[in-house]
Design a protein around this ligand. Structure first.
Ligand code: HEC
Ligand code: HEC
Ligand code: HEC
Length: 481
């Protein structure tokens, strides 16, 4: 029995061990099966996951890198200039048909506003040195007077064409697209060379170019070759056969020489004009260059063509507002010098740009009450400063005391929820010095950043449809623009 018992104990023990072993190996089997399942699962999903990731990257790259051509929105067939049956939309307007090449070149130089960028404050025209502050440093424009050593006097026509069309300097260095060659590449050789003939007649100025202050990797100019490959259309303007001669003339001027989109079109990740949101609003030297699509609330869809023309010619459209900052400069040096037929062509073309609604530019509010104590937020610092420094010229209802240019209600700047342009006008002043009707002094010295933010926020709350919350910090940044 004892033996039996001993055997049976051993038996049980063995059986037990066998069971444990079996169950352990089963567990092991289960675990490796699980693992195999997981691996098979992962393998099953790895491919689709990889494919989706690649697809996502592809879509993002495609959205950023492949943009619609400037006239893609218009449909129709683009034809070579020679094949277009109407008047040639490039060159000069009919008023200048018989003019010599230098006169035509001067007109095109003004239309392209070469002088604005290539002249420093108080400096010689076209001698360069104007700073452009970019997020990664400051870029200075070069001297394009006929000086042989410091200007472009020693360049031949081919060098000049390559610079204006492709953004390549005489020595082969790539130029940054702050020089709007992506727009200028639409100008045919004849127009660019007419500009060259005019530039040869201006006084040569000896002034060396200032180097930019970019650090690595932004100082790698060769990268601009890649940029140009994607974003410079690089082909001269081709009219749309189905459209009128006036429409094509407007398209040529707006997309090419006058380069409205360089300021008014938002930029994408690669700093290229996002032509999917053509003219939906961009930024120029700290100023908001507003939505000029045909949206009725956010854009200029309810401006009459005559109002657009008046704004471009004189910098003021009654009841719509005045042009300030970079737009005032473009009006003064460029758009005011265009012939009436060209201004009409621009206004007509702008109306055909597809409407885009934007959040920061809501429908403009109507006039404010005439009583100071009525209306939005009549209290605090902002109201006090407005009473002291602004109400005399602008009136409490915003209609402007005496002159239409001083009307505040209804204009875009006071209906812009960022209030950046209002703050900049207070800092820099507005209008043309020496013309009392159109002059607003600068308050840079009189008020602190906080006071300017307070009065700007008061102005948008009282006269606009959406009160702004511009901060003293932002005003401080704008002070250095
Ligand atoms: C929006 C501002 C702007 C406008 C408008 C502009 N330029 Fe420029 N241009 C620049 C900047 C900035 C550079 C220098 C870019 C760089 O250093 O990479 C430049 C460079 C040049 C160069 C190359 C000079 C050199 O030494 O390499 C030429 C030539 C030139 N511009 C001619 C013109 C002409 C002609 C026009 C009018 C049709 C014009 N620019 C309009 C900003 C402008
Ligand atoms: C150098 C940059 C720049 C260029 C180029 C430029 N604009 Fe502007 N534009 C601006 C800025 C900035 C404003 C806002 C000015 C203000 O608030 O007073 C503006 C305002 C306007 C407005 C008024 C919008 C509103 O709602 O009040 C119109 C219309 C306009 N631009 C049309 C044009 C057209 C058309 C062209 C080309 C022919 C053009 N702009 C070229 C910068 C530019
Ligand atoms: C001496 C008279 C005067 C004073 C003082 C004055 N402004 Fe102006 N303001 C004007 C005139 C005139 C214009 C139109 C300028 C032009 O024609 O470009 C203007 C334009 C403006 C604009 C732009 C309007 C538009 O259509 O885009 C704003 C915003 C503005 N002023 C705000 C202010 C604020 C805020 C103050 C007080 C801190 C102030 N102004 C003080 C005369 C004045």
């Amino acid at each position: 029995m004892r033996l039996d018992a001993g055997i049976s104990v051993r038996c049980i023990d063995r059986l037990y061990r066998l069971r444990r072993h079996a169950s352990r190996s089963r567990q092991h089997e289960d675990r490796s099966k699980e693992q195999a399942d997981v691996t098979a699962g992962a393998r099953r999903y790895r491919l689709p996951l990889l494919a989706s990731a690649l697809l996502l990257c592809g879509v993002i790259a495609w959205r950023v890198l492949i943009l619609p051509a400037p006239l893609a929105f218009a449909g129709g067939h683009q034809v070579e200039l020679a094949a277009y049956p109407g008047r040639n939309p490039t060159g000069v307007p009919p008023e200048l048909d018989g003019a010599d090449v230098v006169t035509r070149g001067k007109y095109l130089t003004e239309a392209a506003d070469c002088m604005a960028c290539h002249t420093a404050k108080g400096g010689h025209p076209f001698a360069g040195g104007r700073p452009f502050k970019l997020p990664f440093g400051t870029l200075y424009t070069p001297n394009i007077t006929p000086d042989r050593e410091t200007g472009i006097g020693a360049w031949n026509d081919m060098h000049f064409l390559r610079a204006v069309h492709e953004g390549i300097s005489r020595d082969g260095t790539r130029l940054y697209p702050a020089f709007p060659y992506a727009s200028y590449s639409l100008m045919p050789d004849a127009d660019v060379l007419a500009i060259r003939r005019y530039l040869e007649t201006i006084p040569a100025v000896r002034l060396a170019n200032r180097p930019n202050s970019f650090g690595f990797p932004y100082n790698q100019r060769w990268l601009m070759a890649v940029w140009s490959g994607f974003f410079n259309p690089g082909k001269p303007f081709r009219p749309i056969a189905e459209r009128s001669a006036q429409w094509n003339r407007g398209a040529y001027l707006v997309e090419g020489p006058t380069h409205c989109g360089e300021c008014h079109t938002p930029r994408n990740l690669a700093q290229a004009m996002d032509t999917r949101n053509k003219f939906a609003g961009g930024v120029a030297e700290g100023w908001n260059a507003y939505n000029i699509t045909s949206d009725r609330d956010s854009g200029i869809g309810d401006w009459k063509p005559s109002e657009i023309a008046a704004y471009l010619k004189s910098g003021h459209a009654h009841g719509r507002g005045v042009a300030s900052g970079p737009m005032a400069e473009a009006v003064e040096l460029s758009f005011s010098k265009l012939t009436p037929s060209d201004v009409a062509a621009i206004a007509n073309y702008l109306r055909t740009i597809p409407a885009r609604r934007t959040n920061d530019t809501p429908k403009a509010a109507g006039p404010a009450p005439g009583q100071p104590s009525l209306g939005a937020g009549y209290s605090g610092n902002g109201a006090r400063i407005f009473a002291d420094a602004c109400s005399g010229c602008h009136a409490w209802n915003g209609a402007g005391a005496m002159v239409g240019e001083a009307q505040l209600s209804g204009n875009r700047a006071v209906n812009d929820a960022t209030a950046a342009n209002v703050a900049l006008m207070i800092l820099q002043g507005a209008g043309t010095p020496g013309t009392p009707r159109r002059f607003m002094p600068s308050f840079r010295q009189s008020y602190s950043d906080k006071e300017i933010a307070d009065v700007a926020n008061y102005v948008t709350a009282r006269f606009g449809s959406k009160p702004s919350t511009v901060s003293a910090k932002h005003v401080g940044e704008l002070r250095h623009e």
